[in-house]
Design a protein around this ligand. Sequence first.
Ligand code: SAH
Ligand code: SF4
Length: 398
Amino acid sequence: MTASVPPSVPVTQDVMTIPRKLPDGPTNLVGLTREGLRTALIAAGTPERQAKMRAGQVWQWIYQKGVRDFEAMTNLAKPYRAELANNFVVAVPEVVTRQISADGTRKYLVRIAGGHEVEVVYIPETDRGTLCISSQVGCTLTCSFCHTGTQKLVRNLTAGEIIGQVMLARDDLEEWTPAGEGSDARPRLISNIVLMGMGEPLYNFENVRDAMKIAMDPEGISLSRRRITLSTSGVVPEIARTADEIGCMLAVSFHGTTDEIRDKLVPINKKWPINDLLDALRAYPKASNSERITFEYVMLKDVNDSDEDARRLVQLIKGIPAKINLIPFNEWPGAPYERSDWQRIERFADIVYKAGYASPIRTPRGEDIMAACGQLKSATQRERKSRAQIAAESGVPG
Ligand code: SAH
Ligand code: SF4
């Protein structure tokens, strides 16, 4: 293999978050916490004693019914609706393209303020439907097997842009609760959310937390905290906070069983090595047999896929309620690795399973539309890169 190991360890959070209020325009209500919504309504003239009730009503229109137009909020007085429309908008990111894979997976390319783009993936399965959402444009980390890691980070997403991804997918799947129906009257199309798209969610903690609180709110999208999984590459200091302030399920991009190899694959390991990470996971207050931590392990040919790796892995995680998700490597143009052979993956899974851990092999979904794990990257970036490559090949400056 010809792995290109990043020379430095970019672990600082040198990103900016744009304010919710655009310089001249009205405030977007999407992404405000309940308390934030109440405060915004008061600031726009709603009497304080009514504000909690009004916030509750507006909340239900936005997050239960999927309504974007204040005029349609029929349990509010007409003049009040007009006042809201003067001060606020209910806006979600714009879908630029939607691709549907032969296997039913849907990938949305979504445009957010500033013209940046992120990808959102919907994966229907027989017993569930999972929406994979992004937390950043690109990623400051540079895991050597990840396509997103090759994209220069542009910025953190706001809470509105994060929950907005769920809302636009519900629009597309026509999943809003019709008037007069309870939110659980029909089977859920989006039954699970995974923060496994672009970006490191724990480097955008507050926005991810606020967005997931909205997703869990019983008077709105109303997903159980057990149906939300946050995947981190191992931002150790934020792990305990994830349990306390979000309370969702945790997945960790483990991928290597020695610091030497994990340093190369997941460079954040140089800052928080395997033992520090495992200590934080052992202390994860929510971990139990019913709420296991998922260890994600990408299978890279001749890099991390030996029997010895499998045995080392089960030794390391001893005592942690865990499930090991084996991810066959998904290739992308210019990737420095290859996918392990199928037999090798099965043999690895078998060793882990015999040691007492569930070891499902994740079936790649939506490969034909580049929607599989680690393949996400803004189309504009791909285009730019391929143009640069063409220019390099032809000797003409790009
Ligand atoms: N930044 C977070 C979440 C996004 S990545 C994290 O790293 O955990 C979601 C999962 O896909 C991670 O486990 C990541 O390591 C894995 N992944 C990245 N690139 C991949 C690729 N090319 N093939 C298979 N899995 C990949
Ligand atoms: Fe960032 Fe996760 Fe990709 Fe690593 S695997 S570069 S943390 S998105």
